[in-house]
Design a protein around this ligand. Structure first.
Ligand code: F6R
Length: 259
C-alpha cells in the first residue's frame, strides 16, 4: 500500500486528479470506478478545468460509480447520477451510455445490483477505482461488518452515514436508508485503486484502514489485501498514523523519493 501524505488538502486533490488523468492517458478505453461525496468535489473541479483546457480527453473512457441510493431516480437532484452529471459528465466529452451507476429506481434493487456487478465484469473490469472513506471506515457503502467477500448488493446505511449524508438533503427530506453499492470483493478486483481522505473527521478511520487489522469492522482495511492501493491524505486525515514518519520518508510531500 502506498501512503501519500500531501502538504494540504488542495495538493491531495490534485495528486488524486493526476492519478486519474494518468490512467485515462495510459489506455484509451480505460474503465474508471468513480466515487461521490464531498471529498471528491475538488477532484472533479480539477478534472473539469482540465477538460476545459483540453488537457484531458475522456472520449474513450467508461465509468462505473460505486453506489446509488435506493429509491432515488437519476433525475432526483441528490441522486448520485444527477450529482455525477453536475460534477463531471456534463462537462465531459463522454457519451452518457458509457457512464454507469446502479439504477436507484429499479423495481427489484437486488436484481439490479447483480446486473451491475455483471456489467462491470462485461466491461473488462475496472482499471482504476477512486474511493473515499466514511468516518466509520466504510468504502462505497460497505458499512462496518460488511463481508470482505461481498459483491454489489443492497446495504442498509448506518445512522452515522445517514447523518453525514443529511447535509446534501433539504430539511424536509429524509436521507435515504438503503443504497446499492459495489461489494468489497468487487472493489478489490479493480486493477488499482486510490483512496482520498481529507480532514480530521477521517483520521481514526484512516489509521484503522492502514495500520489496523484487516477486519470487516473497518471495511477500508480490506485494501491492505489489494496489490495496488494508494492512500492519498492531507495532514489532518493522516494525524493518527503511528508510522507517519516512515510514510513521509518513502513519499516526501506525497511524491516519490529518488532511490
Ligand atoms: C460515495 C461513497 C462513500 C463516500 C464516503 C465519504 O460514492 O462511496 O464511501 O466516499 O461516505 O464521503 P465524504 O467525502 O462526503 O466524506
Amino acid at each position: 500500500m502506498r501512503v501519500l501524505i500531501c502538504h494540504d488538502t488542495a495538493t491531495a486533490a490534485c495528486r488524486t486528479a493526476d492519478i486519474l488523468c494518468d490512467a485515462v492517458a495510459a489506455r484509451h478505453g480505460a474503465v474508471l470506478g468513480l466515487a461521490t461525496g464531498g471529498t471528491m468535489e475538488p477532484v472533479y473541479a480539477l478534472l473539469r478545468d482540465r477538460l476545459a483546457a483540453g488537457t484531458l480527453d475522456l472520449s474513450g473512457t467508461t465509468t462505473f460509480n460505486l453506489d446509488e441510493y435506493v429509491g432515488l431516480a437519476g433525475d432526483h437532484p441528490q441522486s448520485y447520477r444527477a450529482t455525477m452529471n453536475r460534477l463531471l459528465f456534463d462537462a465531459a466529452d463522454l457519451r452518457r451510455s458509457r457512464t454507469h451507476l446502479p439504477d436507484g429506481a429499479a423495481s427489484d434493487p437486488a436484481t439490479e445490483a447483480r446486473r451491475y456487478d455483471a456489467a462491470i465484469a462485461a466491461a473488462g473490469g475496472i482499471d482504476l477505482q477512486l474511493l473515499g472513506i466514511g468516518g466509520n471506515g466504510h468504502i462505497g457503502f460497505n458499512e462496518p461488518t460488511s463481508s470482505l467477500g461481498s459483491r454489489t448488493r443492497v446495504k442498509t446505511l448506518t445512522a452515522e452515514t445517514r447523518a453525514a449524508n443529511a447535509r446534501f438533503f433539504g430539511p424536509e427530506e429524509e436521507a435515504p436508508r438503503y443504497a446499492i453499492t459495489m461489494g468489497i470483493a468487487t472493489i478489490l478486483e479493480s486493477r488499482s485503486c486510490v483512496l482520498l481522505a481529507t480532514g480530521p473527521g477521517k483520521a481514526a478511520a484512516v489509521a484503522a484502514a492502514i495500520e489496523g487489522p484487516v477486519s470487516a469492522a473497518c471495511p477500508a482495511s480490506a485494501l491492505q489485501l489489494h496489490p495496488s492501493a494508494t492512500m492519498i491524505l492531507d495532514p489532518e486525515a493522516a494525524a493518527d498514523l503511528r508510522l507517519r514518519d516512515y510514510y513521509e520518508t518513502v513519499h516526501p510531500g506525497g511524491g516519490e523519493a529518488p532511490l
